[in-house]
Write a protein that binds this ligand. Structure first.
Ligand code: MG
Ligand code: ZN
Length: 449
């Protein structure tokens, strides 16, 4: 082979090597999806409804996690739901509920999807004038469905709280924290703190953090002098505090799993953003994570197993909410790897749910967020704080947090967010809907009034 010929061969080989990744980065939208979309549209009633809330998981947070974990043309489990739409998330102003509050918090948005009514930021399933509104979990339970509420945050945090409690301020998490909720305080004849109300509503599973509030002492009524945990036990709850206890729980009694004093520990750690950016780096597993805490996928799997077993021989199935809570919390903290690790852990729970749905197609699965958040994929250092990560594509991705100082808390945003679904009634997420519409979709799927 002469020199010229061999040079040409090398050039061809090089061209081929370059061509492979660019082909892999192209989409496969050349398939006609009409038939698949037609088949995905199913009316009628569902036996089960599984709702998955990624707190603060806007399109930007999803894209960041996808790029990092599976690459720009990869697909997360949550990307595989057959029907996708968008919904608006705004709250209403407390002083004038006829006006929108364009940026919601998890309390108002949660009250929206849980009760079908808009309310003010900080409200837990009460109207702007403080009246309790029945929630989808309460309605499902009343109609004979089994129920579960699972989170990586404190169980008294807004998202899990909106399903089983009604207070005028989200901070009223335990009997010692009622300063802003006098009207709800047991001492004043109210239904009590979020912790007390959750165990009174009595879902079959309450799994998450927030043990410190269950350990507070009830101030009035039948359980005065007992802790909320003891109140739960007196009401039939089996209480577990670690992964081994959860795994061993039979599910013949309702399970209260409180696995951390506050929020549960983070999955990943990584570089902190700066004004001028960071050297490209990869995220790492959080070795400081408490080993005895279950992961979200463990809690989700246990919840599905227990609820499925409990409903094997009954006419009604179950309603289950599963929250990836610290996507939001780490977005507030401008912690890209923290945020991505929680999104990936949430996606692992979604994968389990979709496997269950495959075996039980009469299950409505909805994956959505409660509101958008700060993080953005940008070209270079911004006026805010940036960090650069090396993704699955072996490419650099720069993430910006620019709605607060690094010492402060980054802000929620008022954008619409993705809502994706599969199963009976899933077509109701198509187009642009309102967050409150989700309540009616789930209600119709369960056939409850
Ligand atoms: Mg939340
Ligand atoms: Zn938040």
């Amino acid at each position: 082979m002469n020199a010229l010929r061999s040079k040409k061969t090398l050039a061809l080989v090089a061209a081929a090597v370059v061509a492979i990744p660019s082909a892999a980065l192209a989409g496969d939208g050349h398939h006609d999806n009409t038939q698949a979309a037609r088949q995905a549209i199913k009316g009628g009633q569902a036996r089960n409804v599984i709702l998955l809330i990624g707190d603060g998981m806007g399109d930007s947070e999803i894209t960041i996690a996808r790029n990092y974990q599976v690459g720009a043309n990869g697909r997360l489990a949550m990307d595989k739901l057959p029907l996708t739409g968008a919904y608006t998330t705004y709250a209403v102003q407390k002083d004038d509920p006829s006006k929108p509050e364009y940026v919601t918090d998890s309390a108002a948005s949660g009250s929206g999807w849980a009760t079908g009514r808009k309310t003010y930021n900080g409200a837990i399933s009460v109207t702007p004038d403080g009246k309790p509104q029945p929630t989808i979990l309460e309605l499902a339970k009343k109609a004979g469905y089994r129920t579960g509420d699972v989170t990586t945050a404190e169980l008294q945090d807004a998202t899990p709280a909106v399903l089983g409690s009604h207070v005028i301020n989200r901070d009223c998490k335990g009997p010692d924290a009622m300063a802003t909720c006098a009207v709800n305080d047991k001492v004043n004849g109210g239904a009590g703190s979020i912790a007390e109300q959750l165990v009174q509503t009595k879902p079959d599973l309450l799994l998450g953090g927030g043990k410190q509030y269950f350990d507070q002492t009830v101030k009035a009524g039948q359980y005065k002098g007992k802790t909320v945990t003891q109140q739960a036990q007196a009401n039939g709850y089996h209480v577990v505090t670690d992964a081994a206890g959860l795994a061993a729980a039979k599910g013949d009694k309702p399970i209260l799993g409180a696995f951390a004093k506050n929020n549960m520990d983070l999955e990943w750690v990584g570089p902190k953003p700066t004004r001028t950016g960071t050297t490209p780096a990869k995220c790492e597993v959080n070795t400081a994570r408490t080993a005895t805490q279950p992961h979200l996928v463990d809690m989700a799997t246990k919840a599905i197993d227990v609820l499925d077993k409990q409903t094997k021989h009954s006419r009604q199935g179950f309603f289950l909410q599963i929250e990836g809570a610290s996507i939001d919390k780490q977005d507030h903290a401008a912690n890209p790897c923290g945020q991505i690790g929680e999104t990936v852990a949430f996606d692992a729970a979604i994968k389990k749910v979709l496997e269950y749905q495959k075996r039980n197609p009469d299950t409505l699965v909805v994956v959505t967020a409660d509101h958008g958040h700060t993080s953005q994929i940008v070209e270079e250092a911004t006026l805010g704080y940036t960090a650069t990560l090396i993704t699955h594509d072996n490419a650099n991705m720069t993430i910006s947090y620019a709605t607060a100082e690094i010492t402060g808390s980054q802000q929620h945003t008022g954008t619409e967010v993705r809502i994706a679904a599969g199963g009976p009634q899933a077509a109701n997420v198509l187009g642009v809907t309102n967050q409150t519409d989700l309540f009616f979709t789930m209600k119709r799927a369960l056939g409850v009034r």
